[in-house]
Design a protein around this ligand. Structure first.
Ligand SMILES: Nc1ncnc2c1ncn2[C@@H]1O[C@H](COP(=O)(O)OP(=O)(O)OP(=O)(O)O)[C@@H](O)[C@H]1O
Length: 272
C-alpha cells in the first residue's frame, strides 16, 4: 500500500524507492530511485565498482536493503512470491564452475519455478527447454557437459536456463563480459525474441555492442548513485564507462571508482 493507502501498480515490474544498501557497514547504494516499465529493456552502465551488481542483487532479493523499498510488480520484496516470473543470470564467475551437469540439465533447472512440486516434467517443460537451447544456439550441445564448453557458451547456457523459465522480468549481470562478438550477437537475438514476447529486461553491461538497438533506456551508476537515467546512450558516450583492468588491485575500504570525465558528471542527480 502507498502511504495514502492505495495499492501499488501491479503492472510495473521494478521500483526501487530510495534504496540504500550497505555491505559490511559500508554504504554501497545510496538513495537509489529507479522504475522499470513493462516491456522496456534498461541497461545499467557505470564504472567498475559503481554498484551495478549490488543494485541487481538487491532487486532480485539476494541482498538485503538497509533503507527504502524494492517492489516487484507492485509488491514489496518481503511479500513477493511470484519468483517464477523473474529470471536472473548472475555474473559468470559465480555460476556453473565445476558443476558436472549437462547443458540440457542446467537449462531444465530453469523450469523448476514453473513446475508443480514433485510433478514429472511436462511436454510444455520440454518444449520450453528445447526452445531455449535453440534460441542460444546450443541445441546440438545439449548432452555435453557444461564444463566442456567455452566461457561464452557457458554464459549462453545460463541465459537459456533463464529463458526456459519464460520470465516476465529478466535480469542479467554482465552477460557480455569477455564474450566474443558472435556470442554477443546470439545473446542479442535471444533478448530480442524475449522482448518481442513482452518481457522486461534489466541488463548490467560494460559493452553494449549488438544490443544497442534493443535498448529503451540507460541508467548510469557512479559511486552508488544514479548519475544518469534517460534515453539510451550512444556507444561513444557509453565507452567512457569502460573497465579499468587494474581497479581490482586497489585495496578495498575506499571508493576506487575512477574519475570519468563525461556528460554524466554534469547530468548527475541525487547528490546531496
Ligand atoms: N561482498 C562484498 N563485500 C565487500 N564489498 C563488496 C561486496 N560486494 C560488492 N562490494 C563493494 O561494493 C562496491 C560496488 O560493487 P558492485 O559489484 O555492485 O559494482 P559494479 O558496478 O557491479 O562493478 P563491476 O563492474 O566490478 O561488477 C564495490 O566497491 C565493491 O568493492
Amino acid at each position: 500500500m502507498t502511504p495514502a493507502g492505495l495499492p501499488y501498480d501491479v503492472t510495473v515490474p521494478v521500483v526501487l524507492d530510495q534504496v540504500s544498501v550497505a555491505i559490511g557497514g559500508r554504504p554501497i547504494l545510496r538513495d537509489v530511485d529507479l522504475t522499470v516499465h513493462a516491456g522496456d529493456m534498461v541497461t545499467l552502465l557505470g564504472p567498475n565498482g559503481s554498484g551495478k551488481s549490488t543494485l541487481v542483487r538487491a532487486l532480485t532479493g539476494l541482498l538485503p536493503v538497509a533503507r527504502g523499498e524494492v517492489r516487484l510488480y507492485g509488491t514489496p520484496l518481503d511479500d513477493f512470491g511470484d519468483w517464477q516470473r523473474v529470471g536472473f543470470v548472475p555474473q559468470r564467475s559465480t555460476a556453473t564452475g565445476g558443476v558436472p551437469a549437462t547443458v540440457r540439465e542446467v537449462v531444465a533447472s530453469g523450469r523448476v519455478g514453473r513446475r508443480r512440486l514433485l510433478r514429472p516434467t511436462s511436454a510444455a517443460d520440454r518444449r520450453a527447454v528445447e526452445s531455449a537451447l535453440d534460441v542460444v544456439g546450443l541445441a546440438d550441445r545439449a548432452s555435453h557437459g557444461v564444463s566442456q564448453l567455452s566461457g561464452g557458451q557457458q554464459q549462453r547456457v545460463l541465459i537459456a536456463r533463464a529463458l526456459a523459465g519464460e520470465p516476465d522480468l529478466l535480469v542479467l549481470d554482465e552477460p557480455t563480459a569477455g564474450v566474443d562478438l558472435p556470442n554477443q550477437q546470439a545473446l542479442a537475438d535471444a533478448l530480442r525474441r524475449l522482448k518481442e514476447r513482452g518481457a522486461t529486461i534489466v541488463l548490467v553491461a560494460h559493452e553494449i555492442g549488438p544490443m544497442m538497438p534493443l535498448i529503451d533506456r540507460t541508467v548510469v551508476m557512479r559511486d552508488g548513485w544514479v548519475a544518469y537515467d534517460g534515453p539510451p546512450l550512444t556507444q561513444e558516450v557509453a565507452s567512457h564507462t569502460h573497465h579499468h583492468p587494474h581497479e581490482h588491485d586497489v585495496p578495498g575500504g575506499h571508493d576506487h571508482a575512477p574519475h570519468v570525465s563525461s556528460p554524466f558528471d554534469w547530468e548527475r542527480r541525487n547528490r546531496p
